[in-house]
Design a binder for this molecule. Structure first.
Ligand SMILES: *[C@@H]1O[C@H](CO)[C@@H](O)[C@H](O)[C@H]1NC(C)=O
Ligand SMILES: *[C@@H]1O[C@H](CO)[C@@H](O)[C@H](O)[C@H]1NC(C)=O
Ligand SMILES: *[C@@H]1O[C@H](CO)[C@@H](O)[C@H](O)[C@H]1NC(C)=O
Ligand SMILES: *[C@@H]1O[C@H](CO)[C@@H](O)[C@H](O)[C@H]1NC(C)=O
Ligand SMILES: *[C@@H]1O[C@H](CO)[C@@H](O)[C@H](O)[C@H]1NC(C)=O
Ligand SMILES: *[C@@H]1O[C@H](CO)[C@@H](O)[C@H](O)[C@H]1NC(C)=O
Ligand SMILES: *[C@@H]1O[C@H](CO)[C@@H](O)[C@H](O)[C@H]1NC(C)=O
Ligand SMILES: *[C@@H]1O[C@H](CO)[C@@H](O)[C@H](O)[C@H]1NC(C)=O
Ligand SMILES: *[C@@H]1O[C@H](CO)[C@@H](O)[C@H](O)[C@H]1NC(C)=O
Ligand SMILES: *[C@@H]1O[C@H](CO)[C@@H](O)[C@H](O)[C@H]1NC(C)=O
Ligand SMILES: *[C@@H]1O[C@H](CO)[C@@H](O)[C@H](O)[C@H]1NC(C)=O
Ligand SMILES: *[C@@H]1O[C@H](CO)[C@@H](O)[C@H](O)[C@H]1NC(C)=O
Length: 739
């Protein structure tokens, strides 16, 4: 399960740079990012008020807001767009006659000009100017700028000498600017031949005396516009679910400056609130972005919390108390008081006490390590090792806490590749450059330590190419750490159900993966000296490496089966949709439970559907049930994934489907053993590989192959078998010791 999470997290990192346009739409025009509800082509914008036209006639593409034909500089989902607006100017001749000038009449159809973020600005030494409502007399305001002598002008100020600024009311959607002069600039013409007037984003324009002489190279200025959805309040808009714009994990706010409303992501979420799905508001992994914890960070849906490991105190938050070692020695050495009470003369004493204190601290740490080692069953393991030195050291290793700390850069949160019910998984780099996955388990129940140790020893002996290898463990830390081989190419679940690679996993590959998985499980059931029941067989627990070789992972739930018992009662554990119904009823765990789960995996490989579908009607919800009924009604090819069946493999597909139905039999004893399943799949695979083998010689061929198969087990993995024989003693002694 942890490994599955690992891969999911790796995949999601790649898509965090959010292109916030509607999926399938162009999100940029030149350097401008265009988030939905805005868009450039049909179907990409919410309504015509959000249409941006992108024309690339000049060198750089220009985005114009279609309603008003004004250039857009920037679009923000906070309800603002920045546009470019022209200035008005009026120039004079020395005689006082007008030479040239441009008026400005600016209007928007729908949105409003922000009155808090913009200023009406006028430049001139003989100037007064007005800004009026475009459509009539809703408002009119203006200011006067004069100066007698250029030396009076102060750079950077705009209070009436050469420059003046004023605000205008809310709700303005268009304005006309008119420039006037008292004396037609005759007295100031030498240093100020023109008057200028424009609306500009507050803080953008920095007045300088040079602007009086010439503002010619500043023709347009950025202006902030407020946009909103529709012209209704949130309360009214919510009533119509089809037109309501705010999607998953978002909320609605009434626009302050315009009519209409805006949507925002809820706290702890980020993304585009106007979209649903993966571009919409997504949970922020605060553990990664904020790194708020000094202890362990837990990302929750919409929030997070911190905690400290056992043996530490504090709330775990970095900006608060953090995590500190619980330290009883502190009370015995109140060195701070000593230092205060006794002045400088005692400084030496202080140093000694401090030194003692640190030494004690050091010893405590060593003691703690030792205690953990003992607690985690280190001595049991050591004992076993001293008796069976060879077998363990060849296959697995006891790592020191220091080694693993270095491998994970002191458990850097950036190296976390998975979290799950059983603990946290880090990616680590060992000193010998091996990449490994390091699993930090949840607190281990002391009563199960012995079993845990046995499991570690047995699992470390498993040397099967289709089982994720346990490389070793570390027992010096509070919770045991397990070191596994690193498998990097995702889970089978991702490959079957992932959006992008949906069905490009061919039938041949599917069949091979099925055969490999069955082989691994069969090995666990029978080849190992102590049968191991996996208990959580599912596609998410089948990892794939670069060459798509299956590797069965996560024995977190598996318990070894005592040799003298074929079934035993345990707490029902596993994943819904894969759980053996017989096991659920009786709590009697047998190897056949894994066979059932594997049957569901086969059905999943055949149909491409998930094991449980919550959005389907009751009778289609469970893939196992649904698959059985389709098969029974001879409608198999209605549920098989499109694209995998062709003339060449139709018979094999049928065979695999029949095998799946046998695995899914309600009664465990009716199901085939994992060994039979594995051989049958391997046989089918080889026939598929050699399609020239005609149907009539088929029987012979598979018989030959079956023989071949069992031979391979004996010969190829003989080293494992010997290892297992010695292991058997090992475990038996361990069990004896426990009693
Ligand atoms: C998106 O628009 C830009 C600018 O118009 C253009 O260069 C680019 O090719 C477009 N991309 C797609 C995928 O249409
Ligand atoms: C875009 O807007 C600018 C400024 O308003 C205008 O000069 C230009 O003609 C417009 N371009 C197009 C293609 O409409
Ligand atoms: C758009 O606005 C953002 C934030 O205000 C700013 O960082 C960015 O530089 C702006 N882009 C343009 C092209 O003005
Ligand atoms: C100024 O304008 C008036 C009338 O518009 C014209 O008669 C006069 O010649 C102009 N003076 C100059 C210097 O152009
Ligand atoms: C503003 O300018 C436009 C276009 O020239 C004009 O139709 C409108 O009447 C003007 N408004 C005012 C109040 O002068
Ligand atoms: C402008 O001020 C300077 C210094 O204050 C003075 O020398 C100059 O004569 C003044 N010019 C005018 C036109 O008053
Ligand atoms: C300024 O020019 C306008 C027309 O161009 C004219 O009517 C007015 O008399 C002039 N005023 C001065 C003080 O020259
Ligand atoms: C204002 O700044 C410009 C340079 O930006 C400088 O040339 C000019 O002399 C300054 N004017 C005043 C009045 O300080
Ligand atoms: C609100 O918008 C709708 C359509 O966009 C329009 O028909 C209606 O008149 C507007 N109402 C107000 C009060 O502006
Ligand atoms: C809800 O909005 C949709 C889309 O804008 C519109 O077609 C429909 O008439 C609206 N329904 C009501 C009850 O206003
Ligand atoms: C610590 O930071 C978090 C998030 O920035 C904040 O919510 C919390 O109030 C802070 N706590 C203290 C004690 O400053
Ligand atoms: C964080 O924890 C470490 C030990 O785990 C401790 O040395 C350090 O002082 C802590 N930092 C804060 C800010 O609590």
């Amino acid at each position: 399960m942890e490994f599955a999470l690992l891969v999911l997290i790796l995949a999601s990192i790649a898509t965090t740079t959010a292109a916030q346009a509607k999926p399938g739409c162009n999100s940029t025009c030149g350097e401008l990012n265009i988030p939905y509800p805005f868009g450039t082509t049909d179907g990409c914008y919410r309504d015509k008020n959000f249409l941006i036209t992108c024309s690339s006639t000049s060198r750089n593409p220009i985005a114009n807001y279609s309603r008003g034909n004004i250039q857009v500089l920037n679009i923000s989902l906070d309800g603002e767009i920045r546009i470019s607006a022209w200035r008005a100017n009026q120039c004079y001749l020395p005689s006082g006659n007008r030479s040239s000038g441009d008026n400005v009449n600016f209007r928007l159809e729908q949105f409003t000009i922000s009155n808090t973020k913009n200023k009406f600005t006028v430049i001139g030494c003989d100037t007064y100017a007005f800004i009026d409502d475009y459509w009539g007399d809703r408002f009119s305001t203006g200011c006067t700028a004069t100066c007698r002598n250029i030396t009076d002008v102060v750079n950077g100020t705009c209070f009436g000498i050469g420059c003046c600024q004023t605000s205008f009311p809310t709700g303005v959607r268009g304005y006309n600017i008119s420039l006037k002069s008292y004396r037609n600039h005759t007295a100031v013409w030498d240093f100020n031949p023109c008057s200028y007037g424009f609306v500009v984003e507050d803080g953008y324009f920095n007045f300088s005396s040079l602007d009086l002489k010439d503002l010619r190279n500043k023709n347009d200025f950025p202006v902030v516009i407020n946009w909103a959805i529709g012209n209704e309040t949130c309360q009214k808009a919510r009533r119509n679910a089809t037109s309501y714009a705010c999607k998953d994990n978002s909320f609605c706010v009434d626009s302050e400056n315009a009519s209409g409303y805006l949507c925002k992501c809820k706290d702890g979420f980020s993304g585009n609130p106007y979209l649903s799905g993966s571009n919409g508001c997504q949970d922020i992994d605060e553990c990664k972005t904020l790194r708020p914890c000094n202890g362990t960070c837990h990302n929750l849906f919409g929030s997070y919390n911190c905690s400290c490991p056992l043996g530490y105190k504090g709330d775990g938050f970095r900006n608060s108390t953090g995590c500190t070692l619980v330290d009883h020695s502190k009370q015995q050495f109140p060195y701070k008081d000593v230092a205060l009470g006794a002045g400088l003369g005692f400084a030496a004493l202080l140093v000694i006490i401090l030194w003692l204190y640190l030494a004690l601290q050091q010893r405590k740490l060593i003691n703690l390590k030792e205690r953990f080692f003992r607690q985690n069953g280190g001595f049991i393991l050591q004992q076993q090792l001293s008796r069976q030195e060879r077998t363990f050291s060849e296959t697995a290793k006891i790592f020191t806490a220091e080694e693993l700390k270095n491998a994970t850069k002191n458990y850097d949160e950036d190296l976390i590749i998975g979290r799950g019910g059983f603990g946290i998984v880090y990616k680590g780099l060992l000193a010998d450059n091996r990449v490994v996955a390091i699993k930090k388990s949840k607190i281990v129940d002391q009563s199960q330590i012995e079993q845990f140790i046995n499991e570690v020893v047995v699992l470390s002996q498993i040397n099967h190419r289709n089982v994720v290898k346990l490389l070793g463990c570390c027992l010096e830390t509070e919770v045991p750490l397990l070191v596994y081989e690193f498998v990097n190419n995702g889970t089978l679940f991702d490959y079957i159900h992932g959006e992008s690679e949906a069905s490009d996993i061919s039938w041949t590959t599917r069949l091979r993966i099925a055969a490999e998985t069955a082989g691994a499980l069969s090995y666990l059931h029978s080849a190992a000296s102590t049968p191991i029941i996996h208990r959580d067989v599912k596609t998410a627990n089948i990892l794939l490496d670069e060459s798509y070789t299956a590797k069965v992972s996560d024995f977190g739930a598996s318990r070894l089966v005592p040799i003298d018992q074929t079934e035993f009662a345990t707490m029902v554990q596993g994943t819904l949709g894969y759980l053996d119904p017989e096991y659920m009823l009786t709590s009697q765990l047998t190897e056949k439970s894994d066979v059932y789960s594997f049957g569901v995996v086969l059905a999943e490989l055949l149909t491409g559907r998930k094991a449980l579908l919550f959005n389907k009607p009751e009778e289609e919800r469970s893939l196992a049930m649904c698959f059985l009924s389709y098969f029974k009604e001879n409608r198999l090819f209605e549920v098989t994934e499109s694209g995998i069946v062709d003339e060449g493999n139709i018979e094999t597909v049928k065979e695999v489907a029949r095998l799946a139905t046998r695995c899914l039999k309600l009664k465990g004893e009716d199901r085939p053993s994992m060994k039979e399943v594995g051989m049958e799949l391997e046989g089918l695979r080889r026939t598929e590989k050699h399609p020239w083998v005609s149907m009539n010689s088929n029987l012979e061929e598979s018989e030959y192959l079956l023989h071949d198969m069992s031979g391979a087990y004996e010969a190829g993995d003989s080293s494992v078998n010997t290892a297992y024989d010695s292991m058997k003693d090992n475990i038996l002694t361990a069990l004896d010791n426990g009693r």
